[in-house]
Design a protein around this ligand. Structure first.
Ligand code: SF4
Length: 728
């Protein structure tokens, strides 16, 4: 198949695509409405050699500002084409088509509904054709729409697939004045996405649209330059890429020489297949870029594990051992081969940034440099794009405007709208608290506990020891419980009681607070043992312990676990479980019916029986569709805390009787015996729906039996013979 390289001129004077030289571009970080500041910055960028300049264009007002900026620049004889950067407002793109030389849209946020986005995009194509305006389809890893991620995950493949849809629309409309970008903050993801797209354009479209390359949110300083040189350099060396931007959290004018150095390094043979084996650099920046282009691609592709700087020079002098070691650490980290320091993601800032991003980023780096290698911290300029674009960061510092900041844990805002002066301290406190937490995993669901300083709960946590797992920041727990002393958790006002269960001396009272939070009071023999406040969704709670802290902790964790996992195809049962012949059998019934007694009869009379749990096992419909029962740290009065699982062979509802008789339950009868054995707040719609789904799966796939019985050997033999035979 003959593959056509698409080429054209932006604004009729800047050739792009095919054999045209690689264009170095940058983006203003001024407010677009500040005409004087934006013109001054464009002037400096043009003088530095920028081939294209992009400006934030949030709405129609900024389209008008862009018109004035362009008029002023043209009047000064500065002809550098201007790009309108559009997110979220398709109508701003339509208006900008007659003003800007190029309009950048992001398919991930062009319009909420895909059909609307397609219609608006075709409208945009019509206007761009009319005005000779170029379109950039600028997709970012962090802002892929759910429509795509639900089919392809958050992967390079998803990025390629998303862009191909839009390119097909361009071809259908016979519009080829298009540039494409697929940026990511991780060079590995970015390189893979562009390679996939280049292949797909050749093989499926028969033409190659010009590509804009960039590692987004690369940060600044050495790390930002190295990451960019690795990502952009790898692709340029393969003949992929027509225009580049080195995104730096610095004065954007610095992006131009960095981009020029990358292009020059490739031209000078600093590539894995090039003629260079050592680096001859003029200065440090020249050195890190040439060396990253030379060894970065092979490290990224795992063709080499390390490299030697012997024979390399900076300004004619050998590279010092200290500089060589520092560079090696940074390059290996940029290529995701070895982490020796925290990993920073920072946007370059733009017209949406309302604080001093560069100095804040430097301060965040300085204050967090001691943290664990590989922990990912993002510093983002605005709340509009920042949270989406910070990709896989563990923590995010996101500017909200008017001197305020919101802190994120992963994608979740956890400390909202705090004054900027407090934000770095609060970020450190958040990370340090997370690192002190202990994580457990029960039936595949992680949860974390943070104990306030001075609280002694070592004995209460003993049953959890078999379930302890290393805390991994990349694996967020399903819930976190913070445990504090009694006086550290005031009872909220306006509580409404929802439920009050008094069972054998232990009492649980459940109330609802006006903001939707839940308040739990756990009492033993009439004395308050602890109180817990859980926020809606049960993913975060605080427990204040009083008397019998082990009772409060155990109940708090069981309650949170049951409620939080109810929508995750999981049910916390009240049952005793015996393992036999590779399967688990659950004995159900109200307290005092004889579940534990029946379990003990199996252990005594049925060879090969093993107690898995005596009170609160977990049953889960696993990802492979198999229904398994799991041991748990909650086992009633019998200490049996086994971290094990077995496919469920059957459920057995027990009832005391003067004889032994067993029968199988089906349909609604089977369903009815499971429901009272599963913990849950069934008046909460989301929890009830989740449990109904799980209960339906259980009764349709696992036999449910009803045993009228005496507490004797014959009863155990009858149930064992029946249940094990039916499970085979
Ligand atoms: S995240 Fe940064 S670069 Fe992106 S729109 Fe916001 S301020 Fe601008």
């Amino acid at each position: 198949m003959v593959v056509r390289d698409i080429s054209f001129s932006i604004a009729g004077r800047l050739p792009i695509g095919g054999d045209a030289p690689v264009i170095i571009q940058t983006m203003c970080n001024t407010s677009t409405d500040d005409i004087a500041a934006s013109v001054a910055q464009c002037r400096a960028m043009a003088a530095a050699g920028a081939g294209l300049i992009r400006l934030t264009t949030q709405g129609l007002k900024q389209v008008e500002s862009l018109r004035l900026i362009k008029q002023q620049l043209r009047a000064e004889g500065i002809l550098t084409p201007l790009v309108a950067d559009i997110h979220f407002l398709a109508d701003a793109a339509l208006a900008a088509a007659s003003v800007a030389d190029k309009v950048r849209i992001n398919p991930g946020n062009f319009a909420k509904q895909h059909e609307v986005a397609c219609t608006k995009f075709r409208e945009l194509i019509g206007l761009c054709r009319q005005y000779g305006t170029t379109i950039r389809i600028g997709l970012n890893h962090g802002s892929l729409g759910e429509r795509i991620t639900s089919r392809f995950g958050n992967t390079p493949l998803a990025m390629k697939e998303a862009v191909m849809e839009w390119l097909r629309m361009c071809i259908e409309e016979d519009f080829y004045q298009v540039v494409v970008s697929l940026k990511a903050s991780n060079p590995l993801v970015m390189v893979e996405a562009y390679r996939l797209l280049d292949k797909a354009m050749r093989e499926e479209l028969g033409c190659r649209f010009p590509l804009h390359l960039g590692v987004t949110e690369a940060g600044g300083g050495d790390e930002g330059r190295i990451k960019s040189a690795v990502g952009i350099g790898t692709l340029l060396a393969e003949g992929i890429g027509n225009t580049i931007r080195v995104s730096l959290t610095e004065d954007p004018v610095h992006e131009i020489p960095a981009g020029e150095q990358i292009v020059a390094a490739i031209d000078a043979g600093y590539t894995p297949q090039g003629r260079r084996t050592t680096v001859e650099a003029l200065d440090w920046n020249d050195f890190i870029i040439k060396a990253s282009c030379l060894w970065g691609p092979s490290l990224l592709d795992k063709n080499i594990d390390d490299f030697s700087l012997e024979g390399s020079t900076i300004g004619g002098k050998p590279v010092s051992a200290e500089a060589a070691a520092r560079f090696r650490d940074m390059l290996l980290q940029a290529c995701r081969r070895r982490f020796t320091a925290p990993e920073y993601i920072a946007c370059p800032g733009c017209g949406r940034t309302l604080y001093d991003l560069e100095s804040t980023f430097q301060e965040v780096k300085r204050r967090t440099a001691h943290l664990a290698p590989g922990i990912k911290i993002a510093v983002m300029g605005c709340v509009v794009n920042g949270p989406g674009e910070m990709a896989d960061a563990d923590y995010g510092y996101v500017g909200e405007g008017r001197g305020h900041v919101t802190l994120y844990r992963g994608k979740e805002p956890v400390v909202r709208y705090i004054p900027q002066e407090e934000a770095i301290d609060r970020l450190l406190a958040l990370i340090e608290a997370d690192q002190q937490e202990t994580t457990f995993c029960v039936a595949g669901h992680r949860f974390a506990i943070q104990l306030a300083e001075g609280l002694e709960l070592r004995d209460a946590l003993k049953p959890y020891a078999p379930f302890a797992v290393p805390t991994e920041l990349s694996k967020q727990p399903v819930f976190r419980l913070q445990v504090v002393p009694q006086d550290a958790l005031p009872q909220p006002d306006g509580l409404t009681e929802e439920f009050n269960q008094d069972d054998d001396g232990s009492q649980i009272q459940v109330c609802r607070a006006p903001d939707g939070s839940s308040w739990f009071a756990f009492s033993l023999w009439g004395k308050l043992s602890g109180a817990m406040l859980a926020r809606p969704g049960f993913d975060q709670a605080t427990l204040a312990v009083a008397t019998h802290p082990e009772f409060a902790l155990s109940n708090a964790l069981m309650v949170l676990y049951a409620l939080r996992t109810a929508s995750l195809q999981t049910a916390l049962f009240h049952a005793a479980v015996i393992g036999h012949g590779g399967r688990g059998y659950l004995f159900l019934g109200r307290s005092g019916t004889g579940k534990s007694t029946h379990a003990r009869l199996w252990l005594k009379h049925i060879p090969g029986s093993e107690l898995v749990n005596d009170d609160n096992p977990v049953v889960r419909v696993d990802a492979d569709g198999i229904i398994r029962v799991y041991g748990s740290p909650w086992s009633g009065k019998t200490p049996c805390y086994k971290n094990m699982s077995l496919p469920v062979g059957g459920f057995l509802q027990l009832a005391q009787a003067p004889y032994n008789k067993i029968r199988r339950l089906r349909g609604i009868e089977a369903y009815a015996v499971l429901v009272p054995s599963i913990s849950g707040k069934r008046w909460d719609r989301a929890i009830a729906d989740g449990l109904h789904w799980t209960e339906n799966a259980l009764v349709s796939r696992v036999p449910v039996w009803y045993l009228d019985c005496l507490p004797d050997e014959a009863a155990a033999r009858l149930s064992a013979e029946t249940l094990t035979a039916s499970a085979e």
